[in-house]
Design a protein around this ligand. Structure first.
Ligand code: FES
Ligand code: FES
Length: 133
């Protein structure tokens, strides 16, 4: 049911943990299942994401998508990080079963929430970024 990449990221999650004094932190919950994901971003003065960590209290697909999403945004400019949608994360994982698609939304939402937190703290606006619900 799961691709090899999903199994790999589930069994060996990348960037799991937290960042003390992170530039931005975002926590989101999945209304469908009650699972929670938190993303920490460390962003430098050039708006490059130097480090990223995640904590996920959720299913295997949520862990795998968090892990892949952190890999996709690490080292990127915040504008590029905005392009990392749940679709991009799913493609990078070679797909998810249809019933697990909602899990991949958590990663996108958590990254956006962390970027929002960073933008608020620094008094900036990020194109296309909406206030988290
Ligand atoms: Fe919460 Fe998937 S239903 S783990
Ligand atoms: Fe809850 Fe996957 S995030 S079922």
């Amino acid at each position: 049911m799961y691709s090899e990449k999903v199994m790999d990221h589930f069994q060996h999650p990348r960037n799991m943990g937290e960042i003390e004094g992170a530039s931005g932190v975002g926590t989101v919950g999945n209304a469908k299942c009650g699972d929670i994901m938190r993303i920490y971003l460390d962003i430098d003065e050039n708006q490059i994401i130097q480090d990223v960590k995640f904590k996920t209290f959720g299913c295997g697909a949520a862990v795998a998508t968090s892990s892949m999403a952190t890999e996709l945004v690490k080292g990127k400019h915040i504008k590029e990080a905005m392009q990392v949608t749940n679709k991009a994360v799913m493609e990078a994982l070679d797909g998810l079963p249809p019933v697990k698609v909602h899990c991949s939304l958590l990663a996108e939402e958590a990254i956006h929430a962390a970027l929002w937190d960073y933008a608020q703290k620094n008094g900036i606006e990020i194109d296309g970024l909406e206030k988290p619900k």
